[in-house]
Structure formats: C-alpha cells, structure tokens
Design a binder for this molecule. Structure first.
Ligand SMILES: [Zn+2]
Length: 550
C-alpha cells in the first residue's frame, strides 16, 4: 500500500478554466474519502504526484492516463476530456485504509457525442428544491461519469402567463441550472412544443388528438399552429423564452410532439409529419437568431401510435430539407420504436434515446429509496446499441443515481456492461471490499422491484437475504461511505423492502424511520400545497397534502 499524507497535484494547463475546477473536484473527492491532503504544487519545478495536462492530439472529449514510478499523468483533449479522465482516475483509485492512486492506464474517448440527462424540475422533487450547492456538486459527480449536457425546461404548462408569480422563480431555477452546467463545460438544453401557458386564449387551442391507444396524452392546453393567431402566440412566447435565456445561452433545443402537445385539426394532422414539423422549423429559425450555434433535437415520442405514417412523413420532409434538424430522438413507453431500427434514422441524422430511469418498478418515485435496475437497462440497451449514440435519460431525482451512471457509460462506450459500471461505482462510492456483496444486493432488489411491478407475489426469502446483506455491507464500510447518501438510499431501500414484503408493512417504526431519513435526503415537504408532491415523497402516513390528489 502506498499511503500519501499529502498529495501534490500539478496543473500544467493553468490557462484552462475547467482545469482549475477539475483540480478542486479532485481535491474534494479524495479528501472526502481518506485522510490525505491534496495540494496544488506551486513552483514551476515542483513535482506533482498527479499531473493534470492537455494535449491537442487527443479527441476533444477523450483522455489518457499514464503512470510511472513518480507520477500519474492525466491528459485531456480539452478541459472536458481532462475532467472525464479525472473521473476515471478517481473511480479506479482506492481510499481505504489510505489513498492508493489508480493503476489504470490507457486512453478512452466517447463514442456518443451527446450524453445528456433530463432533469424533471417539478412536484417539489429534489431537482426542484435542492440548494444550489447540492445540485452543483451533483452536476460535478455526473460530469465525472461523462455526462456532457443537461436539459431543463421552463414549465409554462404550470403557469398562467409571464406575469404568473411563479414564473420568475421558475425562470431563475432554469437559469441557475444553465449557469452551473456551463461552468462545468456542459451543454445546456431546453425544449419547446405547442403547449405553452395554461392561460392561453381558449379560441387558439388545438383540436384534441385521437388517442385510441391511450398513450399520447392530451396534457396541458396545446395551441393550433395552423391558425395565424395561434402561430403568432407560439412564436411570441418562444421569442420571450429566448430573450430570457439569451445571456446564459442554449446549446440544444428539443421539440416534443406529444403528451404535452399536438393538434388534430385538418391542417395539422397527422401531427408528427405535418403541423409539428412546420412549427418546429419555425422555432429553429427563431432560435438561431438568438443562439447562432444552437443544435436542434426533434423528438418522435409516440410517433405512429397508432400508425399514421409519421415516420415516413418525417423521412420525406427531411430528404427535402434536412438542414434544420441535428438529432432525432426516439423512444416509447415500452419497446423502442421499430422504424428507426429497421429502416434507419431519417436523413441519416444521429439517433438519441430518452430512457425512463425513474418511475419503473417504484411508487412513489424514490419513495422506498434507491431503484437500481442494471439488468433492465442492459436489456433495453442491447436492443438499440447499434443505432443509438446518446440521449437524455428522464430523471425525477437522485435515487436512480446508479441508473444514470449505467446509461451514461453506455453512451460513452456502447460495449460497456452495466455490471462493469456498477463495479466501478461501488468501489468508488462505497468501498472496493464490498463490490461482490453489493452487486448481489442490487440483484435482489431489482428482482423484487420486477415482481412488485408485475404484481407477482414477492418471495420473502430473497427480501430477507437482501436486508441481511445490506447490514453486513454497512458494518464493513468506512465511516465516510456509511454517511454517503448514495449508500444510505440503497441501505434504506433494503430496510423498506423488508418491512413491505417480509415485515409489518410501511407503518412499522423501522419503516417510518427509514422514510423520514429519505424525506430529509430528498428535501421533501411533510406538509405541502403541491397536489403532485406525493408522487415523489416517501409514503409516510403523517405526510399531508393539503390540495391532495391521492
Ligand atoms: Zn391545428
């Protein structure tokens, strides 16, 4: 074991702002995990045990790590690449009983260029209420895994108009996320569709969609863009959004067809290949005036549900005029759409996905702790990995942090196995000595979630085994890891599964104490006026929803 009481780090790229930030992150994460102190070497000729450097001959987001007897050199193709290299170094280092620097050597560069994360900032979930220092730290952690873009939307659907008292705080939150992302070298994405404020004039509203399969949704108050006044209303609000974000910047603009959106009038339908495309093209022209380099993402969510030629219509439209779309986003509630897998992405545009990593197999979302689903995401990825190069997982909170790491690493390297990612995750966030036991625990928890989701009888013995395993792991963890919220939410999940399926239910003292701790970690409100907060709050019987929708 090599034990460094003081670790010298030399930054050979002092002119790169992200290198200084990367040093601060490296120092913080090492000092969190062990007794070593990390200091920046100051003098020109002072050696570093860790050297941070840039090299133009590496891919911009790539990195290399080389080690000799004196030092470990982490080199990025850019500030971003350096940050991702430090992420790899941190995960491959060991911290207990003392710091042992990574012996991993080699180089790596991402296959997928758009490795996003969609934060649903609503319902007073963690993203909605976390203090800025917590979400900034969380963004840093995601960047260490290779996330390079976040998407946050301005929630017009919940607001009367721009003068709604909630509009300014909502915009402030969007801007905070955008700024925090920018400072980490991440891109910022937001979205537009034909659903805007709930105070939209009634005479402008869209014709409700036929929804025979019940999967498209008719949420909000969509506007018909085929009427001149409707189009003017949509473009005017889109313009105001651009003005409000002009200084923080928008790198990606995503258009969304259904759920909150759509129009079934004779001039718009089929929405996905007519009205939607005309409107999205006009949004693009408008947005490029404010953000000249903006890239556009055209979502095809629920296209051809039912079949009405939307995919074919999109292909025909983009063959005529491909220039206004940069990425095609495809996904669905269950199986990935067949069309882009069988026929290919329209006009050869890069295909990205939108995996749901938050809601499957748990209710309320995150209400019983962590929900790692490595087998599920491996299976879903195996169906699309030949076609999909990146995406925006849909996230309701921090309780699915393991799923985020798994999917982000799929985007980085399509061949990386979910289990390999989890091994790195466990060694880094918990301890290298508990990798096998924790993998076994996660496997048991996923099996229980699947049975519960499918309304099958949950077997008691695996639930009891998971609870015992969690206690055995907890006893072996170093103190810092026991206090790491990532371990806590996994541990609490094992306790709550035990109480739900093998104990006295969710009203036992053990269950209530576990849920109270989750309430603290998520910053939930025990009493709320938010009619949807119960979707993201542990189901404590003492919790109150004054405008409750239960
Ligand atoms: Zn219409």
């Amino acid at each position: 074991m090599t034990d460094y009481p003081t670790i010298m780090v030399k930054n050979e790229a002092p002119g790169e702002p992200l290198a200084a930030r990367t040093f601060a992150i490296l120092k913080d994460r090492i000092e969190q995990r062990c007794a070593s102190t990390v200091v920046a070497s100051s003098a020109e000729n002072e050696a570093g045990q860790i050297i941070l450097a840039l090299a133009e001959d590496l891919p911009a987001e790539g990195f290399s790590i080389q080690t000799d007897t004196l030092a470990t050199r982490i080199t990025g193709g850019s500030g971003r690449g350096l940050l991702y290299g430090v992420g790899k170094f941190l995960r491959a280092s060991r911290y207990h009983p003392g710091f042992q620097p990574s012996t991993w050597q080699g180089s790596s560069a991402p296959r997928g260029g758009l490795r996003g994360m969609y934060f649903a900032t609503h319902f007073h979930n963690w993203y909605h209420v976390a203090p800025p220092e917590e979400f900034t730290r969380y963004l840093e952690d995601l960047a260490l895994w290779g996330v390079n873009t976040i998407m946050v939307i301005f929630p017009m659907i919940n607001l009367q108009d721009w003068d709604d008292p909630q509009a300014a705080p909502a915009m402030q939150m969007v801007r905070q996320y955008a700024s925090a992302a920018r400072e980490l070298g991440m891109g910022f994405a937001t979205a537009l569709n034909n659903t805007m404020f709930k105070g939209a004039p009634p005479h402008l509203r869209a014709t409700p969609l036929p929804d025979p399969t019940g999967r498209r949704g008719n949420s909000g108050h969509p506007i018909c863009p085929s009427s001149p006044q409707g189009l003017a209303y949509l473009l005017d609000n889109a313009r105001q959004l651009c003005v409000q974000l002009a200084d923080v910047g928008v790198d990606y603009l995503c258009y969304w067809p259904y759920d909150e959106g759509g129009c079934a009038c004779e001039n718009c339908q089929p929405w996905g290949s007519r009205g939607y495309l005309r409107l999205s093209q006009q949004f693009t022209d408008l947005a490029r005036g404010y953000f000249p380099g903006v890239k556009t993402i055209l979502s095809t969510w629920m296209f051809d549900t039912p079949p009405e030629g939307e995919w074919q219509g999109l292909r025909a439209a983009l063959e005529q005029d491909p220039g206004w779309v940069d990425y095609i986003l495809a996904d669905a509630h269950e199986d990935f759409p067949r069309y882009p897998l069988e026929v290919g992405s329209p006009a050869g545009k890069p295909l990205i996905n939108f995996p749901e990593i938050s809601m499957w197999g748990n209710w309320p979302w995150g209400g019983v702790g962590a929900n790692p689903l490595p087998s599920r995401f491996q299976r879903l990825w195996d169906q699309v990995k030949g076609a999909v190069s990146g995406g925006f997982p849909y996230s309701e909170g921090i309780y699915e942090d393991m799923n985020k790491a798994i999917v982000t690493q799929f985007y980085w390297d399509g061949a990386q196995r979910a289990e390999t990612t989890l091994r790195e995750y466990i060694a880094y966030e918990f301890d290298a000595a508990v990798v096998e036991e924790t993998l076994a625990l996660i496997d048991l928890l996923e099996e229980t979630a699947g049975r519960s989701y499918l309304k099958q009888a949950v077997e008691i013995e695996p639930v009891q085994r998971a609870a015992r395993l969690a206690e055995q792991i907890q006893a072996r963890l170093p103190a810092w890891a026991r206090q790491n919220w990532r371990w806590e939410i996994l541990h609490l999940r094992a306790i709550l599964d035990h109480e739900r399926f093998a104990g006295g239910g969710l009203e036992t003292p053990a269950a209530e104490s576990a849920m109270r701790r989750l309430v603290e970690i998520y910053h939930c409100q025990m009493e709320t006026d938010d009619p949807y907060h119960h979707r993201v709050r542990p189901p404590l019987r003492q919790a109150v929803s004054r405008n409750g929708e239960y």
